[in-house]
Design a protein around this ligand. Structure first.
Ligand code: SF4
Length: 456
């Protein structure tokens, strides 16, 4: 089976080694982004994701990449600047001296993401902190992503994301906002994650009532690992606004000062801590997203302050992920979500009976809490097991579900972080054939005359 990616020329599936063999510095240096291939439609993009999973040796009945999705999400870095300097920052030492890339290049990358992975995919607008980009340009970027039928997500530490800005972002089509709040940010005077709830509460009020999906990101390291259960209890109490709690496991990459993670931190140990706070078992192995050593994902329903595992029927899950590719699961609008599911069931009557049986079982499980609560929320959990820059595993890189858009195409976030300067310090050729210089922010003409680009 020949794989299109120029940098990928193995003809038989890679053994997913128990003892992961790490890539050599030469292999990392020579590794190229995913080869540029235009998808004529979503099914073709999804089929290519399936090939990628098969070649990486992680294709399985519960693999959602290559069935429902062509990619988990793609990060679009619109600035390298940030107003924090986290102890586990993945940016490079050069990041602060790099100017914001021109809007023309940003639009080109957005178009490429859609052409490569198909419509209705998540584009994470990130950085650095994207709220530091000129506000009018940030709005234009969100608007453009929505206009070409992709889903814009904003990744921010929230400092500059005022209610007013959040309202304007939603008006321009923002789908999700992910607030990053944790102790690696060293916010002055805050010594525990529970003390940082002051910021989480503030950010929740900034987006309360807006038609947007709200996520909180937490980097897990030795100083906050023990607080995960309390964090879950906080999110559990705020499911009227918060829909997902996402945990990034410490990795030795970028300019962060805290290097290798403590042995206690792993996908399994963080999953245990989450279940401790959730007060229930969560089926983290039902859904597979890319490589099993990269992620764990779980979904719960919330009623009366209690969480109930949603993915506890793997057989039904496996049946559904293939068939529901066309079913739009709108995270921002519950009514539209239920309508879409109902419409899909009418078009797929074979699934009405198993779906009703599942719904009835869940309602019976939750009945007393539903009666008391009079409302039902949901809370999903996502874990991202980032790799150290010096310990990259080739099969995981090839099965990557979370990529970054570079001038040459999408590449695994872990690989990008390991050689970020190769991309951010690269001059960019513009349509005018002029070269944009990332350190000066100027465009140099093919005949050497210089002009300063608009944005910083
Ligand atoms: S970014 Fe890294 S941890 Fe995440 S899916 Fe890609 S290879 Fe795996």
């Amino acid at each position: 089976m020949k794989f299109e990616s120029a940098s990928f020329h193995v003809h038989q599936p890679l053994e997913s080694s128990s003892e992961p063999g790490f890539m050599t510095p030469e292999q990392i240096k020579g590794f190229k982004p995913l080869a540029w291939v235009e998808s004529k439609d979503m099914p073709q993009a999804v089929a290519r994701a399936r090939t990628r999973m098969e070649v990486a040796g992680v294709w399985a009945p519960n693999q959602i990449l290559g069935r429902r999705y062509s990619i988990g999400c793609v990060a679009l870095e619109i600035t390298q600047r940030c107003n924090l300097d986290c102890t586990l920052c993945y940016l490079s030492e050069h990041s602060e001296s790099v100017k914001d890339i021109p809007m023309e290049e940003i639009f080109r990358r957005i178009d490429q993401i859609k052409l490569q992975f198909g419509p209705s995919n998540d584009i994470q607008i990130t950085g650095g902190d994207p709220t530091l980009r000129k506000r009018s340009e940030l709005m234009e970027i969100v608007r453009y992503i929505r206009k070409i039928r992709m889903r814009p997500t904003l990744m921010t530490n929230g400092i500059a994301a005022t209610r007013d800005m959040c309202q304007e972002l939603v008006k321009n089509g923002l789908n999700d906002i992910a607030f990053h709040v944790d102790l690696t940010q060293e916010r002055k005077g805050y010594k525990t994650e529970m003390e940082l709830n002051r910021f989480r509460k503030d950010y929740i009020e900034r987006v309360r009532g807006l038609p947007i999906a709200v996520i909180f990101n937490t980097t897990v390291f030795k100083d906050n690992f023990h607080e995960i259960p309390d964090l879950i209890r906080f999110f559990k109490a705020n499911t009227d606004v918060v829909g997902m709690a996402s945990f990034q496991l410490q990795a030795d990459t970028g300019r962060g000062v805290l290097k290798k993670r403590d042995q206690v931190i792993s996908l399994d140990s963080v999953a245990e801590k989450i279940q401790e706070g959730a007060g229930t078992k969560i089926s983290f192995d039902t859904a597979r997203i890319g490589h099993p050593r990269c992620h764990k994902y779980g979904l719960t329903l919330e009623a009366n302050g209690k969480l109930f595992d949603f993915f506890d029927d793997p057989t039904l899950f496996n049946m559904l992920i293939e068939k529901t590719r066309t079913l739009e699961l709108d995270r921002t609008n519950k009514v539209r979500l239920v309508k879409n599911i109902f419409k899909w069931l009418m078009q797929n009557p074979d699934f009405i009976a198993p779906a009703l049986k599942f719904a009835f079982r869940k309602i019976m499980e939750m009945k007393w809490d539903l009666l008391k609560a009079r409302r039902m929320g949901k809370l999903s959990f996502f874990m991202q097991n980032f790799m150290d820059a010096s310990s990259l595993e080739l099969d995981r890189i090839h099965a990557c579900s979370f990529m970054v858009m570079t001038p040459q195409g999408p590449i695994s976030m872990c690989m990008h972080n390991a050689k970020r300067d190769d991309y951010i310090l690269q001059p960019i050729q513009l349509k005018s054939e002029q070269m944009w210089n990332p350190l000066t922010g100027k465009t140099e003409g093919c005949c050497g005359n210089e002009k300063k680009s608009e944005s910083l």
